[in-house]
Design a protein around this ligand. Sequence first.
Ligand SMILES: Nc1ncnc2c1ncn2[C@@H]1O[C@H](COP(=O)(O)OP(=O)(O)O)[C@@H](O)[C@H]1O
Ligand SMILES: [Mg+2]
Length: 306
Amino acid sequence: MNEKILRSIEGKKRELDRNRPLNPSIIRKLEEEFTIAWTYNSNAIEGNTLTLQETEIVINTGITIGGKTVNEHFEAINHKKGIDYLKLVVEKKEKITEQTIRNLHSLILKSIDDTEAGNYRKQNVRIVGANHLPPQSIKIPRLMSEFIEWLNENEYNKNIPELAADIHYKLVMIHPFIDGNGRVSRLLMNLLLIKHGYPPAIILKVDRRRYYRVLNEANLGRLEPYNDFIGRSIERSLIIYLNSIEPDQAENRMFINLMEATKYCDYSQEYLSLLARKGRIAAVKINKNWMTTREAIEEYIKTKER
Ligand SMILES: Nc1ncnc2c1ncn2[C@@H]1O[C@H](COP(=O)(O)OP(=O)(O)O)[C@@H](O)[C@H]1O
Ligand SMILES: [Mg+2]
């Protein structure tokens, strides 16, 4: 992962830790918000058409949405249960095993495909839009046991943001299930992040194409864009947490549009847009517009000057 992104993440994580113990009511509210956003985005990436608001209604009230399929409703509810389960694993300090991953999958496909839920696939598959052909089904048990072994060996000797990116990448490459691999991989990545005191990273629906592109690039041996992409999602969640926890210091960290951001530097809006697209500054795309923070601009200028 790019040194700059890693340093920014580590700085923000230290700041979060300095604020511990965190205010329980603020954390509860953040967690509720993240649960909805994470569920909405992860499901939307795989094709679910519920909006963020509809996802919230289904999860929080149990009311159904007209015109949406039964499975789309199950997917929202199941994903929420997946998050509840992984939080329990963290709370109980359970070791991450193959069973943990299968339990997550079992929750994700429950009532949708009960014969496949929780089981490794017995067929060969391809991923639409990907340049990677997942391994033959017969190899999955061995690959999964090696994956868990690798995970347990590396959990305490590698930095967590990079390990989170690796976990997600390795699992989507093995593609152990007939469906739900993306959702389960994102859940497992966040299980690790949460376990180590980070907020969950959310891969945004609006970034779906970029997500697929960086995965394809990673398969061609260029891992940096993928790692930076994941790094930026971790950083974004930290910014949101810090803004809620330190509202008096949030001004520098509020997301602002690029026009406004030009006030804090000598760059044009177009150049800032390029920096955002390339992942050189902390940025998020909201309604097709890039947003960044004053702090991100200042950090960029500082490292440029060095
Ligand atoms: N080029 C690629 N290489 C590896 N994995 C990929 C690639 N492109 C997409 N993927 C992964 O495959 C997932 C889709 O697989 P799928 O089993 O349908 O999961 P889900 O149903 O949760 O979306 C994507 O979410 C992504 O994580
Ligand atoms: Mg799918």
